[in-house]
Design a protein around this ligand. Structure first.
Ligand code: IMP
Ligand code: MG
Length: 186
């Protein structure tokens, strides 16, 4: 394992914020006259959600759903576990699910199907990142911040072994690398 001195930044804080301005504009236009409820997926979406909703000039509600998929530090095993249920009524509401990344599609596929049981008027998906990989579960993101190849990334909500979510940028990690500051196992 290699311990880099500097993070390999893919998307800087400025790039992310510039992109969010464009995304909010598009979403606001599409949801004009609609009763918008944003449902953010814990924990990866938290920074994205906070920055995204601050750009809206129209009223909206937001809530959280907690899901976890068990796996190792870099890949998920695909078993979805509901750790926090939504707490507001989404019946007849226009729901926008917000998450950090669309990878295999298992998480968002499960969340979308789950939310549909509550009778929303519509459910769309907004992700900051979309990996260009074959999906295990067929699910489309309606709004995408950036697309990226099949690489592991961390920061701005995304974790490496549950840490580094707080970083204001998104960095890439090679297969044989750990983030700067991480202890390297011998
Ligand atoms: P999916 O269910 O395979 O689509 O993966 C979605 C979840 O896996 C995300 O919400 C992340 O928590 C996690 N994930 C996928 N790719 C990455 C990555 O590159 N870095 C960190 N977490 C990731
Ligand atoms: Mg994760």
């Amino acid at each position: 394992m290699k311990n880099n001195k500097e993070p390999n930044i893919l998307f800087s804080s400025q790039q992310i914020h510039d992109r969010l301005v464009v995304m909010v504009n598009e979403i606001e236009k599409d949801y004009r006259d609609k009763d918008l409820v944003v449902v953010a997926v814990l924990k990866g979406s938290v920074l994205f959600l906070a920055d995204l909703v601050r750009g809206f000039s129209r009223p909206l509600a937001f809530d959280f759903i907690g899901v976890s998929s068990y796996g190792n530090s870099r890949t998920s095993l695909g078993v979805i576990n509901l750790s926090k249920q939504i707490s507001i009524d989404i019946r007849d509401k226009d729901v926008l699910v917000v998450d950090d990344i669309l990878d295999s599609g298992r998480t968002l596929g499960w969340v979308k199907e789950h939310l549909c049981k509550f009778g929303p008027r519509s459910v769309k998906i907004c992700v900051l990142l979309k990996k260009e990989v074959e999906r295990v579960i067929e699910v489309e993101a309606d709004y995408v911040g950036f697309t990226l190849a099949d690489v592991f990334v961390y920061g701005y909500g995304l974790d490496y072994r549950d840490r580094y979510r707080h970083l204001p940028y998104i960095a890439k990690l090679g297969d044989d690398e750990v983030p700067p500051g991480e202890t390297v196992d011998e």
